[in-house]
Design a binder for this molecule. Structure first.
Ligand SMILES: Cc1cc2nc3c(=O)[nH]c(=O)nc-3n(C[C@H](O)[C@H](O)[C@H](O)COP(=O)(O)OP(=O)(O)OC[C@H]3O[C@@H](n4cnc5c(N)ncnc54)[C@H](O)[C@@H]3O)c2cc1C
Length: 350
């Protein structure tokens, strides 16, 4: 029997696992996918990585991610915003020095998934069990977790999986009405979205005095930004796809229309990328349920109080959407991972 079982190898689960390991506990992480990072996923490119999931942190307001990056020896680069921004509407397209949109934002060098990978290699080998899809938890006795292929016992469980997924599990005893409601109150942050990245040999937009930033009401991309890292030898743009989930299943057409839009915005070279990749998070069963496929209107008030208390003294929730101050964000994932570890640690026999 392991003494702490962490479910989910996203940034929250991995942070909890690291802190529990550092406190001297025996930890096992159950992860459904065959990789770490969850919504932190970076496409390897040249000497770096371009983000297909989360990309930005805001170091001025996010002390936990800054401290963790420092602890793990990772560095950041500022979001590039030199040059003109483009605003595309049906009636006209405007180019100009609009107020900076991402002035405080930074990216993690190598991509956000690099942080997840660093956390993972800091844990003892074999700590993370991949392909373990949790389906049921029995908290009536010693916590007993069932995946599709195995059963696991532990003294405590840290549950770092998005709420709408957790709400589908078979629980003994059943979740309280408050927990049940909190798990399904809001869609998981950004789970409804798809992101397109296009890589290029040269940053032709920078050469033309453009920042690579755009907002569009024409689409299919509604927001575009530069995702290059010249030090790592790659140049790229990313865009959030503004087409609803049901209407964006024809990938070829989506790529064609997106490249046509990037050409309208930044010049004809945009039609000739060296690589294009689309990541549709709404189609990912370990991120999104059908409930998550429609985005919320604005940023939900995550951090339901019912999720901040231990359940049956044996299970504690972590995850970006559990955070009240940084709900849905990388900072919230780290904050709740650290908090969960601190809460369960004193109860564990090392
Ligand atoms: C397109 C996109 C853009 C984003 N942009 C930003 C940004 O710029 N800045 C920012 O701060 N945040 C951003 N986010 C949000 C950020 O990625 C998340 O806040 C953060 O990664 C959440 O980490 P987590 O560990 O809480 O959850 P997750 O990363 O979702 O991790 C949950 C883990 O649980 C696993 N899992 C799921 N089901 C099961 C199961 N049944 N059994 C076992 N394991 C399971 C998953 O595979 C996953 O590894 C973005 C997200 C997306 C998708």
């Amino acid at each position: 029997m392991t003494n702490a079982l962490v479910i989910g190898a996203g940034l929250a689960g991995l942070t909890a696992a690291l802190r529990l390991h550092q406190a001297g506990h025996d930890v096992t992480v159950l992860e459904a996918r065959d990789r770490v990072g969850g919504r932190a996923l970076s496409l390897p490119v040249a000497q770096g990585g371009i983000d297909l999931g989360s990309a930005w942190i805001w170091p001025a307001y996010q002390p936990r991610v800054v401290a963790l990056l420092k602890e793990l020896g990772l560095t950041t680069l500022a979001q590039y915003e030199d040059g003109d921004f483009i605003y595309e509407a049906a009636a006209q397209t405007q180019r100009g020095a609009f107020p900076k949109r991402y002035s405080d934002a930074a990216r993690i060098r190598g991509g956000v998934q690099r942080l997840a990978k660093k956390l993972a290699v800091t844990l003892p080998q074999g700590t993370i069990r991949f392909g373990q899809v949790v389906r049921a938890i029995d908290l009536a006795h010693c916590p007993h977790v069932e995946t599709e292929s195995a059963t696991w016992d532990a003294e405590v469980v840290v549950c770092a999986v998005p709420g709408p997924i957790v709400s589908t599990w078979d629980m003994t005893p059943a979740w309280s009405p408050e927990v049940s409601q909190a798990l399904t109150q809001w869609p998981t942050w950004m789970a409804a979205h798809a992101k397109l990245v296009a890589l290029y040999d040269k940053p032709f937009w920078r050469d033309a005095g453009l920042s690579g930033g755009a907002v569009s009401h024409v689409g299919p991309l509604f927001e575009v930004a530069d995702q290059s890292d010249p030090e790592a030898n790659f140049f790229g743009l990313f865009g959030f796809v503004g087409v609803p989930f049901d209407e964006r299943q024809d990938r070829e057409m989506l790529v064609e229309q997106s490249l046509a839009q990037l050409s309208r915005l930044f010049g004809p070279q945009a039609a000739q990328p060296t690589k294009v990749e689309i990541m549709d998070w709404a189609a990912e069963p370990f991120t999104a349920t059908p409930f998550d496929q429609t985005p919320p209107n604005g940023h939900p008030p995550y951090g339901a109080p019912a999720l901040s208390h231990p359940v049956a003294d044996r299970l504690i929730f972590a995850g970006a959407e559990v955070s009240q101050r940084n709900g849905g964000l990388i900072e919230g994932a780290i904050e709740t991972g650290e908090r969960a570890a601190a809460k369960v640690s004193p109860a564990l026999v090392s």
